[in-house]
Write a protein that binds this ligand. Structure first.
Ligand SMILES: [Zn+2]
Length: 358
């Protein structure tokens, strides 16, 4: 247990933000050196400056279990990268999201490999989840890890605690839309064609097609995140662009969204996308996992949905069985992020019991 806490704190100290390639690489090197003396096989990847590591015990066989996590964090104040422990809680940037989770999985895999078990397990840790995961889990699952076909994947990166299992995460579709006009002097707008005006019209039409709910319900949403255009008050702008973030609940909704936009404008480009994650709660592996968690915690597990996407979506594409959960934590991506030591321990015990039942 002290070991897991030490790893967690060591990792928090490394400022592995998206702009800090060296630090993200350092987290991967840290993991590599942790497994150095073990019998486990290690593969490191570097995809478009995004380092990842895959540690496994048996490559001739499909994986019985793949553990997946990310070691990158979103930026924060300097002091957040100095971990603090107080009354059973570890504070620090990335503590809950998700360096403690990674530490547990590292320790579990190492301990497991020392027991010479038959089952094949892998641990995949990446450093680009916070920016979409395309060059980490996204790339590796499609290209490098094709043969491993894990039967079950555990991604402790969704929800708020261990008694919550996430069955749905929304799909994501990020789109840039632009409008072109004709520039003119602001005193003579009749000689020009205002691109911002055109784009505002398009936006207003889209808002009617994609109305947002006023409170949390499980439905599709649209957010205008960025709007650019014009550079002087006395000029008619000839260019404008906006960036929209659609989140959708059903796989088929992607096409519906694109079709609706196409009816309003052809000037658009898809910048990033991901399918929704959908897991059936009746699945056998999930029932087993749920029972183990309930015994370990002495509490009832409940199933939930979360709006945000995670790397889990890259596995659901492959029809793999995926468990999304989280070690009890809060204030993710903000000041005062913390993770609970009790649940760090619980999660380790859950993994030990679960591997024996699959
Ligand atoms: Zn995360």
């Amino acid at each position: 247990m002290n070991n897991i806490i030490k790893i967690t704190k060591d990792l928090i100290k490394i400022k592995s933000t998206k702009d800090n390639f060296k630090a993200r690489k350092k987290t991967i090197d840290y993991v590599e050196s942790y497994f150095e003396k073990s019998d486990l096989k290690i593969k490191k990847y570097l995809i478009n400056k995004n380092p990842s590591i895959f540690i496994y015990n048996n490559f001739n066989k499909e994986l019985d279990l793949l553990l997946n996590g990310h070691l990158d964090v979103v930026d924060g104040k300097k002091e957040e990268f100095s971990p603090r422990e107080k009354k059973g809680i570890i504070y620090g940037r990335g503590s809950g999201d998700m360096k403690a989770g990674c530490a547990v999985m590292m320790k579990f895999l190492k301990d497991f490999s020392e027991q010479q078990q038959e089952k094949s397990i892998g641990l995949l840790l990446t450093t680009d989840e916070e920016v979409g995961g395309k060059n980490g889990v996204g790339y590796l699952v499609e290209n490098q890890l094709k043969k491993i076909n894990p039967k079950i994947v555990i991604v402790p990166d969704g929800g708020k605690n261990l008694k919550t299992i996430i069955l749905n995460q929304k799909g994501i579709l990020q789109i840039k839309i632009w409008a072109k006009g004709v520039s003119a002097h602001g005193a003579r707008p009749f000689l020009g064609d205002n691109a911002i005006d055109k784009l505002l019209n398009i936006y207003n039409k889209l808002k009617k097609k994609f109305p947002n709910p006023s409170k949390r319900i499980w439905t599709n949403t649209m957010n205008l995140g960025k709007f650019l255009g014009g550079n002087a008050t006395n000029k008619v702008p000839d260019e404008a662009e906006m960036f929209l973030d659609f989140r959708f609940t059903k796989i088929g909704d992607r096409k519906k969204i694109v079709d609706k936009i196409s009816k309003i404008t052809n000037n658009f480009e898809i910048l990033a996308e991901g399918k929704p994650f959908i897991q059936k709660k009746e699945a056998n592996f999930l029932m087993k996992y749920k029972n183990i968690v309930e015994k370990e915690l002495g509490e009832k597990v409940f199933f939930d949905k979360v709006e945000g996407a995670s790397d889990a979506r890259y596995f659901s594409k492959k029809k793999t069985s995926v468990i999304i959960t989280k070690i009890n934590c809060d204030n993710i991506h903000s000041e005062g992020e913390w993770v609970e030591i009790k649940e760090i321990k619980n999660f380790y015990n859950i993994l030990v019991k679960f591997i024996n039942e699959i």
